[in-house]
Design a binder for this molecule. Structure first.
Ligand SMILES: *Cc1c(COP(=O)(O)O)cnc(C)c1O
Length: 218
């Protein structure tokens, strides 16, 4: 799909485009960068570390993959937004590393909304528990900016819509109960190449699009 057409579509609804550049070479990223794209998403720590070192400093790197605690340290100096916080222990580690780097880090809580079992993510109950047990130290270093989720990989639009609707519902519940006085809690990261139109219709504020922009991954 044409980059400018997509951006125009998203801009009308003030939705942020995260261009998912995992497995793509630097030159493919530069090509989009030259057209104005600044938000890029990666899912492997070593890959994003290498790309960050090689590419322009004003790129905002989003970490969208499963993150192991022992690798938080490597991305902490530069990561713009971690979409995939799915446990209290990971959140604690992000807080600890953020303190060590004297910065406040923005994250999203990842929820399991799909039927597939393999996908990572919290349940609403687990998230509530995590949010009610946050330490003061971690809260000072980590800003939770919203939620993220992946719908089931299916052509069934009803299923996908319901899952996105559920994620928005979780977002609204948590906003009401934990973040009512925190305007930074505002992001719903949902929608990929195959389902971003549905995600937009269901209230997405941030889409993560790879193959539609870069072509199929090898
Ligand atoms: C790979 C990936 C995407 C992008 O997938 P496409 O189908 O290529 O758009 C989005 N989100 C996550 C978490 C991913 O791992």
């Amino acid at each position: 799909m044409n980059y400018q057409t997509l951006v125009q579509q998203l801009d009308e609804k003030k939705i942020t485009l995260v261009a998912v550049s995992k497995t793509q070479p630097e030159q493919a990223i530069r090509k989009l960068y030259d057209q104005g794209q600044r938000d890029f998403g990666e899912n492997r720590v070593s890959e994003v570390v290498d790309k960050e070192a090689a590419l322009p400093d004003d790129i905002r790197w989003h970490f969208i993959g499963h993150l192991q605690r022992n690798k938080v340290k490597a991305i902490l100096p530069f990561v713009h937004l971690i979409h995939s916080v799915d446990s209290a222990r990971l959140l604690q580690e992000v807080g600890k590393q953020a303190a060590a780097h004297e910065r406040v880090v923005d994250v999203l809580l990842q929820f399991h909304i799909a039927k597939e079992e393999s996908k990572y993510g919290l349940t609403e109950a687990k998230a509530r528990q995590l949010l009610s047990e946050r330490s003061a130290e971690e809260q000072a270093q980590v800003r939770i900016c919203g939620v993220m989720g992946m719908a089931t990989y299916t052509d069934n639009e009803t299923v996908v819509r319901e899952e996105f609707r559920r994620l928005r519902e979780i977002f609204l519940h948590l906003q009401r109960d934990f973040f009512a006085d925190q305007p930074a809690f505002k992001e719903i990261s949902m929608g990929m190449s195959g389902d971003y139109s549905l995600a937009m219709a269901e209230g997405s504020t941030m889409v993560r699009i790879g193959s539609l922009l870069f072509g199929e991954r090898k």
